[in-house]
Design a protein around this ligand. Structure first.
Ligand SMILES: *[C@@H]1O[C@H](CO)[C@@H](O)[C@H](O)[C@H]1NC(C)=O
Length: 362
């Protein structure tokens, strides 16, 4: 234990301890036991250990503005007080930041306190984690339980999330809703590797961005692997996305691209490869250009072209009441698709498909 005066010398508040600090080295390895101490001391640390932090209700575990090269380690159990507010519960920004979890750690949001089956429309719920301007950085091995609402909001360049577990399984019976796992927007270079997700909304949702890679995903309980809805934001371009080697089960959809009717933008260079589906309740594969106010209208428009799309090895079964494949494009706005080994069985054929490239089948 260091003396109180040495803590003051490093500008650290109560709830922090220092290790390996040398008089000449300005930044230290710090262990914090409160969110307030982490917030006030964060820029003085090369390594930040978050030790069993109980984040007070209505506050963010604020790790924004970290010094370049900082390492952040979640240790023990991280918990959050209850308040109806928008969050986020955790926010991080900086360059060259390395985030990991110590063995046995858990970030337990205890979302059941907020869940009311209404997601964004019910009582106010905090989003979980803003990775906004968390650039050239990595988040590895975090274990997360029961987010109140969406989990990761990613707006960053060159970020890699590996081996993330988001276990919102309790939400299936306790009213979890809009618990998207990974929402990506305004980003160039996002890699999501080997995520394990059980939730009640999109496993992946890409609203805009380029050079996005999602691989080795296990997606259970949600709405599947989605691009969109694209349209109506400041950035409406999705380009160069690869989603591969993943399974989607007990979900509403398998793979999906949706664009907003009447808007402009583009979706291009998207590959879905080696995706296994099972127990899908709505659509195995769905590509549609008719969204408005969060709902399909059945009236597609052609302002957001969906071009250079490859489905290669999208296979598996859907429920008997589900539709195997649904493709609803505006006039001339779905072009240059490749369609190899797309085999969805067990459900109904759609009679409402429109304007899709002849290589595809519906
Ligand atoms: C496409 O994105 C991948 C990452 O998924 C990246 O490695 C590749 O360089 C990108 N291609 C182009 C042409 O930018």
């Amino acid at each position: 234990m260091h003396s109180f005066s040495s803590l003051l010398a490093y500008g650290l508040a109560a709830g922090a301890t220092l290790a390996a600090a040398s008089p000449i080295e300005a930044r230290a390895s710090c262990t914090f036991t409160t969110a307030a101490a982490a917030k006030s001391g964060k820029t003085g640390c090369t390594t930040i250990v978050l030790d069993n932090i109980e984040v007070p209700a209505g506050t963010t575990l604020d790790l924004t503005g970290l010094k370049s090269g900082t390492k952040v380690i979640f240790e023990g159990t991280t918990t959050f007080g209850y308040e109806e507010w928008a969050g986020p519960l955790i926010s991080m920004s900086g360059t060259d930041i390395t985030v990991t979890g110590a063995s046995g750690h858990l970030i337990n949001c205890d979302g059941a306190r907020w869940w009311d089956g209404k997601g964004e429309n019910g009582k106010k719920k905090p989003k979980f984690f803003y990775a906004h301007k968390l650039d050239s950085s990595s988040i590895t091995g975090l274990s997360i339980k029961n987010t109140p609402l969406m989990a990761f909001s990613i707006e960053a360049n060159d970020i890699t999330l590996t081996d993330i577990t988001i276990n919102n399984a309790d939400g299936d019976s306790q009213g979890g809703h809009n618990t998207d796992a990974f929402d990506v927007g305004n980003s160039v270079g996002v890699n999501i590797i080997n995520p394990t997700v059980h939730n009640q909304d999109d496993c992946l949702a890409i609203n805009s961005g380029e050079n996005i890679w999602f691989t080795g995903g296990t997606c259970v309980g949600g709405h599947g692997l989605s691009i969109g809805s694209v349209g109506g934001r400041s950035d409406n371009i999705v380009k160069n996305v690869t989603i591969e080697h993943s399974t989607v089960s007990d979900s509403e959809n398998g793979v999906r691209i949706k664009t907003i009717a009447g808007d402009t933008g583009s979706v291009s260079e998207v590959t879905f490869s080696n995706i296994q589906l099972s127990t899908i309740s709505d659509y195995g594969v769905v590509i549609q250009q008719d969204y408005e106010d969060g709902k399909p209208t059945g009236k597609p428009t052609n302002g957001i072209a969906i071009t250079d799309i490859k489905l290669d090895g999208v296979t598996g079964s859907v429920d008997s009441k589900a539709t195997e494949i649904y493709l609803l494009c505006g006039s001339g706005s779905c072009t240059d698709w490749t369609w190899d080994d797309v085999k969805i069985t067990g459900g109904k054929k759609s009679t409402a498909c429109k304007n899709y490239p002849s290589v595809a089948s519906c």
